[in-house]
Design a protein around this ligand. Structure first.
Ligand SMILES: [Zn+2]
Length: 473
């Protein structure tokens, strides 16, 4: 059996796959500078005969690894970027590994490794069973901050692909059909005039005043935006010391809403507020766009294939050691926190999970027509071809993403098992799509219907470049 061949490869190589995931966990590199992580994954794929194009779409850490030829073309995505200041040891209590350093709080170490393993396993099955077509692994940088996939989509890296599968660690086996929010990421630069804040303040024009007044304006706007919208900001630069009127200040905003037209409406209002703040303070304002991403287009056909494969393969079995670690982590999550996380998932029957440690069900798909309040650049890929990102239980129930608990669990027992399970599910689903033209055609037809007459236009301009030097600023 072609699927068994792929699953066997993953089972036999599970030590290697876990080792790669753990190495990426240790590298914990931020978006766009995931040099060691991307090389590790790309080299492994090259070792298995994949042709690797490195540095695609203007990002040194983006790559495409291809095996096979002709149609159909099935894509597997992998991410490998970490999050700032989340460094944490692999222990079930909060203990920093390396102060101020990044950590894998979203499990992208597993994301990249599960995809890589699936791609190699698919290739093994294709080779042995003479399955026609192409498998492509897309090495996607900077999901957390600069939406690497949006640049890859704009530059045609995904063109010609028939379906794309990807896996994301989570606290449940999540196969929902929910959409996510579109997002716009923009920095506001204000330029004023420096002066001695004590001796000659009248000579100064404070860029920090402008940042603060803009934020106040936006906070008054909140009452008048739709319920599902989200607006968040940080002040990146607010001056140097109090006795100098700040001549330069900078804020960074994310604006989110379900639909791109809703996003545009809110963003344009914010832009007016920023202009108003500049007028009020007699400073100059410039925007710098860091791109935007779309709302995801779900695909029930591919989702159902994934669920079928999840059920056939069966959930992982945990060792006593895995469960002991999980129980210790669970003690750090309050019942209120857990209930809030479960409820947010909108999963039918989520109440059943309140007293459980780890998700032990593979539910039917849910949430069609609803949105979650995060965003992902997977969405932009989902406008190009049927695309599904599913989750497997990597963390104990109630663990929020981007937390120290998630960092710790992404490098140990249950995380490792979730990685192997996910790789198998991806490989099996890709083989279904490669060998069953009925399933692939149905997925493509559904995709066409969901898109309808809506047009995708990248929320970055044709000449926008990935901000490669962002961490040096
Ligand atoms: Zn993530």
């Amino acid at each position: 059996m072609d699927k068994e061949c792929a699953l066997d490869w993953i089972e036999k190589n599970n030590g290697l796959i876990i080792e790669i995931s753990d190495k990426v966990w240790e590298f914990a590199e931020l978006g766009l500078i995931e040099f060691k992580s991307s090389v590790l994954l790309a080299d492994e794929l090259a070792k298995h005969g994949f042709k690797v194009d490195r540095g695609v779409a203007g990002m040194p850490t983006a790559f495409v690894a291809t095996w096979g030829e002709g149609k159909p073309v099935i894509g597997i995505m992998g991410e490998y970027d970490a999050l700032p200041r989340l460094s944490q040891k692999k222990v079930p209590w909060k203990e920093t590994l390396d102060l101020g350093s990044p950590g894998h709080g979203c499990g992208h170490n597993i994301h990249g490794a599960s995809g890589m393993a699936a791609a190699v396993a698919i290739k093994e099955a294709m080779e042995k069973h003479r399955i026609r077509g192409t498998v492509k692994f897309f090495g996607c940088p900077a999901e957390e901050n600069f939406s690497g996939k949006v640049f890859m989509v704009r530059d045609g890296i995904f063109s010609g692909v028939d379906a794309v599968i990807s896996h994301h660690p989570d606290n449940m086996n999540d196969v929902s059909l929910m959409g996510c929010l579109a997002v716009n990421s923009v920095k506001f630069h204000f330029h004023g005039k420096a002066s001695h804040a004590g001796a000659s303040p009248e000579q100064g024009r404070s860029a920090l005043d402008a940042v603060e007044l803009m934020n106040i304006g936006v906070n008054y706007l909140r009452e008048h935006v739709i319920q599902d919208a989200r607006i968040h900001y940080i002040i990146e630069k607010g001056g140097d010391q109090p006795n100098i009127v700040p001549s330069y200040a900078r804020s960074w905003y994310y604006v989110r809403a379900p639909e791109v037209n809703q996003l545009d409406f809110i963003y344009n209002w914010i832009l007016d507020i920023a202009k108003g703040a500049a007028i009020m303070t007699r400073t100059e304002m410039k925007t710098e766009s860091f791109g935007g991403i779309y709302k995801i287009v779900p695909n029930r056909t591919v989702t159902e294939l994934i669920i079928k494969n999840m059920r056939e393969i069966g959930l992982p079995k945990y060792s006593d050691e895995d469960l002991k670690f999980a129980e210790e982590i669970a003690k750090t999550i309050t019942p209120e926190m857990k209930i809030a996380e479960l409820k947010k998932s909108k999963r039918p029957g989520w109440q059943r999970l309140v007293d459980k440690l780890v998700d032990d069900e593979i539910p039917d798909p849910w949430g069609e027509g609803e949105v979650t309040h995060g965003s992902t650049d997977v969405a932009d890929v989902s406008w190009q071809a049927p695309t599904v990102e599913f989750s497997t239980a990597t963390w104990v129930l109630g663990t929020p993403a981007h937390s120290w608990q998630a960092v710790a669990q992404n490098g140990v027992g249950i995380g490792h098992k979730s990685l192997i399970f996910a790789a198998k599910v991806m490989a099996a689903t890709a083989i279904d799509l490669l060998t069953r033209s009925d399933a692939l055609n149905k997925a493509k037809e559904e995709h066409k219907q969901r898109i309808g007459n809506k047009k995708y236009r990248a929320l970055i301009r044709p000449d926008d470049k990935p901000p490669l030097d962002v961490w040096e600023k």
